[in-house]
Every structure is written in structure tokens, then in C-alpha cells.
Design a protein. Sequence first.
Length: 369
Amino acid sequence: MFSDELKNYDWAETTARIASKTAADVERALAARRLTDDDFMALVSPAAAPYLERMATLSRRYTQERFGRVISLYIPLYLTNSCTNACVYCGFNRHNRFKRVVLTPAQIDDECRAIRRLGPFENLLIVTGENPAVAGTDYLEEALRICRPYFSNLSIEVMPLSTDDYARLTRAGLNGVTCFQETYNRDRYKIYHPAGQKSDFAWRCDGFDRMGMAGVHRIGMGVLIGLEDWRTDVTMMARHLRYLRRRYWRTRYAVNFPRMRPAAGGFHPNVVMTDRELAQLTFAFRIFDHDVDISVSTREFPRFRDNIMTLGATSLSAGSKTDPGGYHTYPQSSEQFAVGDDRTPAEVADAIRARGYEAVWKDWDKVFD
Ligand code: SF4
């Protein structure tokens, strides 16, 4: 399990190694055919900042070679804001007082219809807070059954599950699972996640192994930018990605680098990442792993999303509501975080086409299940 492997990597030592990288290390990484984790550290280090143009060119080339000139579109569907955890940065934190809702089967069906009216989406990401008593595996299986006729590609972003539960949901039509480790800094993890099941670092971290063992087709991973030194966190994530690729090589992988957005509770990020740094990180990941999907959500503002879509990103969300029932049932309820890009899906698709790319609404078909 990766939580054991992670013990081989010291946080402070990794931070120091990244800080020590030089221009020569960056040059070596840019010329390498298969990057080591030291090469990756060079590309995310401050020494790589002057190389942004070269990194962008390489990232664009690798992305076009592997994916073509296409951007895949997806939309999240929040089913509940009920949560037993107390993540200090999240609006759904159990200590925040507001009305909690859990969508009923009929309401889930209404939301699916409302999403289909927004655009020809086939990629749906089902999202819940973490409350197994009201949104456990039975509830998720039922939700998949309801959503299945409307969308050909169903993914979930929910609490980490057991191997058996991932396998069961995969048999029920699940294609992908996204889970954010938030931070790989084991010592400080509990400061941000003081209560509930999410406070168990190893259970969350090893969830990716359980997904792999269950045969989940696509695994999405990420750290929350704003908690700890982002360079060290993404280096740990790159190691995690390579570990997973070695073991679960049939699986497709995706990464996402969400920057913290304003949310109820008013937590202020410890670390602020600039647009240039987020671009550097995106290029570094593409150069490190040519095959990984890189997803950019509506947390980011239109200007950044429009630029990065031709330089390394492969999928974008569009038209997102980050509150349960936000498309139809409860249009005014509480958001998990503030959205940065509130363009309609059609406007996002127009922006993709304006850059000479194709907007792809569907990249999976039920026939493959
Ligand atoms: S981040 Fe997720 S687990 Fe944490 S409080 Fe928010 S909804 Fe719950």
C-alpha cells in the first residue's frame, strides 16, 4: 500500500532537494526521455521558472501527440452536502450551520434532466460529502442506476470505499473514481482534517490501491493547493502516480491541481500559487507523464482555463453547480466553494473551438461496460 511506501520519502528532505535544483538540472530534465522523480522536482522548482516557454512548447507537443486537439467536457452532480468530517477549509464542514440536503431518487432524476438541457454532456461526476449513514454504497449504487440512462460515462468523487464496494459499483456502471489526498504531509494532515473518517491519513491514501485492485477504469487524484508547500506535495503525488502505474497498469489516470477557493468558514490558504506557477506545474506533469489526463475545474477563471486548454490540459468541467440540487431542485442552496468560471457549457465549448480544438462531450460508451 502506498501509505507504507510513502514512509521512504521524508517531507523535509524532499523540500530541500527541490530547493537545491539548478538550471543544469532543469536542462537535464527537459532533455530526458523518461523522467525520474528528481527530474520532476527540477521542473517544479524555482529554477525552472525561466524555462516556462520551453516547458509550454514541450507540454503542448506531448499532449497533441497523445490526445490530439481535443478537450473533454464533464459536469459535476452534487447529491448531498451532508458530511461527518470537519475539513477546516470546506464549506460543507460539519460545524458549519446550514440546511443539509440529500437528494431523493426523484430529485436525482430531475437533476439529470436539467443537466441534459444544459448541453450534450455524457461525462458525469457524481459528488457527495462524506456521510456513510445517508450516502453510503447502497445510495451510490441507486444513484448510478438513475443516472445511467442519461450519461454514458459515470464517475464518483465520494468518501474512500473498500475494495469490495468499488468493485460492486463498477459492476453497477461506475467508470471512474476521483479522490483528493489534499496533502501528503502526514504530520500536518490532521490539522486540516481533525475529525471523522477523513482524519485517517492511511485509509484515504490507500484508497487508490483499493480502486486499482477493484479494477476501476479511471482513477483521478490531486492535492489541494493552499495547504502545504505545493512543490513538495505534487512531488509526492508524482511518486504516487508512478507507483500506481506500476501496479495497476490497465487503469487510466487523471490529475487535478485545485487551488483553494473562498468557502463558508473563511479558512485562508497557507500557500498562494500564482497562475504562472500553476502553468509550470501543469507543464511539468505533462512532461513527466505523457498519458495522464489533466483536468481543470471551474474553480479556475476563464482566462487561465482558455490558455491552459491548448498547453497540456485534456478535460474541463463546465456549467458546474457545487451545491446539491443546484441545477433544478434547490437553485439557491449553499455551494461547497465559489466557482471561478460561470460561463455556460455552450460558451466553454465555443472557447475551445475558437482555439482550433474540438470539444468532446463523450469519450466512453455503454457498449464497453
Ligand atoms: S472536503 Fe469533503 S470530506 Fe471535507 S468537509 Fe468538505 S465535503 Fe466533507
